[in-house]
Every structure is written in structure tokens, then in C-alpha cells.
Design a protein around this ligand. Structure first.
Ligand code: YH5
Length: 278
């Protein structure tokens, strides 16, 4: 059980984290208000489909995405988190690296921090200590703007594991308990296809460290690169990788496609938990 500020997350079975992007698109003119209503409706559906965590993000962390000012990120995520908290019995995570966004989000009702920079931004570590909610520490090489420019590793599995364990130490020294930490190898963040494949093949090495592991592969470019399919055609690939991750022991799968992912990992869990004899 992971204690998310009073809400318990059962990690004896793999759980689905649904991705909720709150970024008003430039095509519709509805602005923030419509973006909020759309996001809340989408979250409702994801919970109905079996998500036990909703990951709320107001900034795109895709390679090359524009930087969003902190006030704008807060304006986007806070009303959505407040609305979700008032009507849904679900863990809400805030997908942000900015300490002020973390504080505003937890104040509004978020109970988990998901940081793709593993609390490396100035002030983020202190914010996490103060907020006393669990944190997902993710590995990334470089920044979202530059990370896909020639990423290199001598041994990606060891380097990612060592990085994450170093961040665990930093967190512990700052006063965050080990049992409040989730680790994530950061698929696609400063990694070529071969690096992502090696990390997936040897995910058990990270799992052996004893922390719950979160994996995000949903619709990512590794699938596009290997199968030559557009983002809308990546569901089967995403489910395949999610299943491999759960088979190795991953506890949380971050996905756009909650219903399908829930089914895939539920079957994987049945296979893993079946008794060998009557
Ligand atoms: C993650 O792995 N990823 S945002 C590019 C895509 C599709 C999806 C080109 N936040 C993770 O989802 N948090 C993101 O197609 C994350 N782990 C954790 N913990 C990137 C993303 C995406 C990027």
C-alpha cells in the first residue's frame, strides 16, 4: 500500500495512471473554461474505465515543446484538480517539475507528485519535503528541449538505475521517507530506440531495487520508430510494452488508453498470480 496523503493505493496489483493533459489547443477558441470541462469529463471516463490515478499536466513535456510560464501552468491545473477532488475518489498526481506548481496543485487536492526532472529544479526538493506526498522520480537525460539530440550511454541500465538511486539518497537526506518514493526509467526522455529496448528488457534490474516502478510508454515515439506507425496507430504497441513492463514487476502504467491498458495488465496479473497447484 502506498499512502498518498490519506488515500491508499494498492500496489499488490498493477495500477493504471490515466494521462490528463490540460493544455487548451490552438484550434478551438473555448480557452481555459472549455479546456477545464473537457478535462474533467475525460477524467471521469478514465476513472470509470479503471484508472486509480489521474496524472494532471499543464505543460507539454514532449520533445521540443514550448515552455509554459508557471502562472499559466497553475491557472490550467488548479481548477481541474479542485473539480476532480470534489467528485472523484481517485489519487490525483501533478505532472510538473516546478515547485510553485507542485505547491498549488497539492493545496488544490493533488496527492502525488510526478516529476520528470526527479526534483532537480531549484526549490522542487524542498517543496516535496514540505508537501509530504509521495513522489515519482523519473530519469531523463538533458532537458525536454534538447534531450533527443544525440543521447549517449555506456550502459543505459546501470546509468539510469544509479541516477535514480542517487536521487533517492538526495530525497532521503532532505527528509523524504523511502516508502514515499516511486521510480521511473523515463522511456523516451533522452533515449534512442535501442536504449528504451535495453531498459525494457532489463527492467527487472530496476525493480530489484525494491521501489514501486512506474512505466510510461503510451503512444511514445519508440513505437512509431520501430513499427513505422503514427501516434493514432500505437495502441497495440503500447499494450504490448505495458504488458512486458508488468510481467517484469512494474506497478503503475501511465497511459492515454485506460480501458484497454487495464484489460491488458489485468490478464498479465492473472497469469503472474495463478497458483501452480491446487
Ligand atoms: C513518463 O514516462 N512521460 S510526458 C511523446 C509521445 C507520447 C507521449 C510522441 N510524463 C512520462 O507522455 N511521467 C511524460 O508521442 C511522464 N513517466 C512519468 N512518470 C511524455 C509523453 C509522450 C511523449
Amino acid at each position: 500500500m502506498l499512502d498518498c496523503a490519506g488515500k491508499l493505493l494498492d500496489l499488490s496489483h498493477p495500477q493504471v495512471m490515466g494521462i490528463l493533459n490540460v493544455t487548451p489547443d490552438s484550434f478551438s477558441d473555448g480557452g481555459l473554461f472549455l479546456a477545464k470541462d473537457k478535462a474533467v469529463a475525460q477524467a471521469r471516463q478514465m476513472v470509470a474505465d479503471g484508472a486509480s490515478i489521474i496524472d494532471v499536466g499543464g505543460e507539454s513535456t514532449r520533445p521540443g515543446a514550448a515552455i509554459v510560464p508557471v502562472e499559466q501552468e497553475i491557472e490550467r491545473v488548479v481548477p481541474v484538480i479542485e473539480a476532480l477532488r470534489s467528485e472523484l475518489d481517485v489519487v490525483i498526481s501533478i505532472d510538473s517539475s516546478k515547485p510553485d506548481v507542485m505547491r498549488a496543485a497539492v493545496e488544490a487536492g493533488a496527492n502525488l507528485i510526478n516529476d520528470v526532472q526527479a526534483l532537480r529544479v531549484e526549490g522542487a526538493l524542498q517543496a516535496a519535503v514540505d508537501l509530504a506526498v509521495p513522489v515519482c522520480l523519473m530519469h531523463a537525460q538533458g532537458t525536454p528541449q534538447t534531450m533527443q539530440n544525440d543521447p549517449r550511454y555506456d550502459d543505459v541500465v546501470t546509468e539510469v538505475t544509479d541516477f535514480l538511486l542517487e536521487r533517492v539518497n538526495v530525497c532521503e537526506q532532505a527528509g523524504i521517507a523511502r516508502n514515499q518514493l516511486i521510480l521511473d526509467p523515463g522511456f523516451g526522455f533522452g533515449k534512442r530506440a535501442v536504449h528504451n529496448l535495453r531498459l525494457m528488457k532489463h527492467l527487472d534490474k530496476l525493480i530489484e531495487q525494491g521501489f514501486p516502478v512506474l512505466v510510461g510508454v503510451s503512444r511514445k515515439s519508440i513505437i512509431g520508430a520501430l513499427l513505422n506507425v503514427s501516434t493514432e496507430q500505437r495502441l497495440a504497441g503500447s499494450l504490448s510494452l505495458a504488458t512486458i513492463a508488468v510481467w517484469q514487476g512494474a506497478k503503475i502504467i501511465r497511459t492515454h488508453d485506460v480501458r484497454e491498458t487495464k484489460q491488458a495488465i489485468a490478464l498479465c496479473d492473472y497469469v503472474m498470480q495463478v497458483k501452480d497447484f491446487d
